[in-house]
Design a protein around this ligand. Structure first.
Ligand SMILES: C[S@@+](CC[C@H](N)C(=O)[O-])C[C@H]1O[C@@H](n2cnc3c(N)ncnc32)[C@H](O)[C@@H]1O
Length: 236
């Protein structure tokens, strides 16, 4: 089970190519048990493209459906879930160690408003119905700083268009990075799409972590070439 997510076709569509690690050091017994027994209880069903209304997966009193893409160790996701018990949050992450860390936090916290997909965000987002998400977080995605690797970055015009499709009018998108080139190119891609408005009015709006942000493990590592940049957008 400690393997990379399958690259088999999904819903008749080929899966995207994933770069980076899908597995690291061996899981502990407890982590493996969480992957084997707990993860299936939080799984998101495979559906036809565009068929899934994410809010329908949560209890009826759920106010909004949010998505965190590439949650890493899950600190932000678990933190937001605890702060927002009336929201249903879906996390998608291919790296099994990260999934196991999140599951540990969810079990210890008795969290009931999170669902998890181990896999590629692009495959999951393709399943969502039009205008079905209230909020999306993409926090410190893999930067791929070398020029020849930029094509591997998640935030590209095609994916921005998919996000625009699945987000409701008024839904919020937060992108954060500590790589200056990725910040600039992501801002350009999102603005070029034409369906998002950037919320920043002054430099502090992108230089300072937003009030509702939960610090992530990758953010703390400070591996980038600039201070963290937070770009908050609203879907028009
Ligand atoms: C640099 S880490 C940041 C993790 C976390 N957001 C944080 O700030 O600590 C980027 C994460 O994105 C995940 N990732 C990479 N490609 C992805 C994809 N196509 N879909 C979903 N997650 C992806 C990686 O496995 C990794 O955990």
């Amino acid at each position: 089970m400690n393997d990379a997510p399958s690259s088999q076709p999904q819903n008749g569509q080929p899966r995207h190519r994933l770069y980076g690690r899908a597995a690291g050091k061996p899981l502990s017994k407890r982590q493996q048990a969480l992957i084997d027994d707990f993860l299936p209880t939080l799984a998101i069903p495979e559906t036809a493209p565009g068929a899934l209304a994410p809010i329908s997966l949560f209890k009826p009193s759920t106010r909004e459906a949010w998505l965190e893409i590439g949650f890493g160790g899950g600190e932000h996701l678990a933190g937001q879930a605890a702060r927002n018990p009336d929201v249903g949050i879906i996390g998608v992450e291919p790296f099994i160690d990260g999934v196991a860390k999140l599951l540990t936090a969810l079990e210890e916290g008795g969290t009931t408003n999170v669902l998890v997909r181990r896999g590629d965000a692009r495959d999951l987002v393709a399943q969502f119905a039009d205008a079905s998400l209230d909020r999306v977080f993409i926090l410190f995605p893999d930067p791929w700083p070398k020029t020849r690797h930029r094509k591997r970055r998640l935030v590209q015009p095609d994916f921005v268009a998919e996000l625009a499709r699945v987000m409701k009018p008024g839904a919020k998108l937060r992108f954060a990075t500590d790589w200056a080139d990725y910040a600039n190119r992501a801002l350009e891609a999102v603005m070029r799409d034409g369906r998002f408005a950037w919320q920043a009015e002054r430099a502090d709006d992108w230089r300072k972590p937003p009030a509702d942000h939960v610090t992530t493990r990758y953010q703390e590592k400070r591996l980038g070439d600039c201070a963290p940049v937070f770009l908050d957008f609203i879907h028009r």
